[in-house]
Design a protein around this ligand. Structure first.
Ligand code: CIR
Length: 266
């Protein structure tokens, strides 16, 4: 079986900006501290590099407080990239910023033109399908538009549901390898991972479900020791990164990067 869903050569990240204090959040648990966020971001980039990533580091964009969460702006596959259409009005303009970056990397860059909306946090690419959760940010029209764009490259899109009150589908799950998903129990209970092997987050540690697998390494937020041990016992090499500040804005490990390995470059 191929391992295209977690073998990558590149990662795009964007520096956090001072306006991060105005970032979107479901519940206000305090303003993120830019200095600490910058330290965490640097740790995150260092771990990605240690996993083999060539890093494309983009400048901070003060006019978009949430712009360090680059994942929501695009879907990067081997064959090409899709510019997405964030459902949060304050984030819609971030996708246009990502377009020239991806056009400099890929030969084929397509775009969700609307009227639908879709954010990268709702998209989980596995080895044989692309699962997309409907959410407050991602609707049926956005999912259908994505499905028709990626079908040309042989990808199948399956619509699933993000649990109520959860920002994104991937807030509650991550890909660990070609067969295995890390998921909260509440999301797995929906049956959306039937046919996959599923490892659950430990009770009380649901907030670490958003992790990433990049080549040999699983990157998860620090502060979730029981789930970390569970993953290590299952044979994964786990690195942790501080996430206290991004978490105040409902962000996690996947949100902070676009990870890919382009087959054809521009
Ligand atoms: C937002 O609400 O859009 C940001 N504060 C957090 C985005 C997190 N992105 C992601 O999970 N992919």
């Amino acid at each position: 079986m191929s391992e295209r869903s977690f073998r990558f050569s590149h990662a795009i990240v964007r520096k956090p900006c001072a306006t991060i204090i105005d970032g979107l959040r479901a519940v206000d648990i305090g303003a993120p501290d830019l200095g600490v966020m910058e330290q965490h971001h640097a740790q995150y980039v260092a771990v990605l590099k240690s996993a083999g990533a060539q890093i494309i580091l983009l400048d901070a964009q003060e006019q978009f407080p949430d712009s360090m969460f680059v994942e929501d702006t695009a879907l990067c596959l081997r064959e090409g990239a899709i510019i997405l259409r964030p459902g949060a009005p304050s984030r819609l303009g971030e996708a246009a910023l990502m377009k020239p970056v991806l056009e400099g990397i890929y030969d084929a860059v397509e775009e969700i033109s609307g009227p639908g909306f879709i954010e990268g946090g709702d998209i989980l690419v596995t080895e044989h399908e692309i699962l997309v959760g409907t959410s407050e940010r991602t609707d049926n029209a956005g999912i259908e538009a994505l499905g028709s764009l990626v079908s040309r490259w042989g990808y199948k899109v399956r619509k699933v549901e993000t649990p109520a009150g959860v920002l994104h589908f991937k807030t509650d799950c991550s890909l660990l390898d070609a067969q295995t998903i890390l998921s909260t129990k509440r999301l797995d209970a929906s049956g959306c991972f039937n046919g996959y092997k599923v490892i659950h987050t430990e009770d009380g540690e649901e907030a670490c479900a958003n992790a990433i697998r990049f080549n040999e390494i699983v990157i998860m937020p620090s502060g979730f020791p029981k789930t970390k041990t569970r993953l290590e016992e299952a044979g994964y090499i786990v690195h942790t990164v501080g996430n206290s500040e991004a978490a105040k804005l409902d962000g996690g490990m996947s949100c902070l990067s676009l990870r890919f390995s382009p087959l054809v470059t521009a």
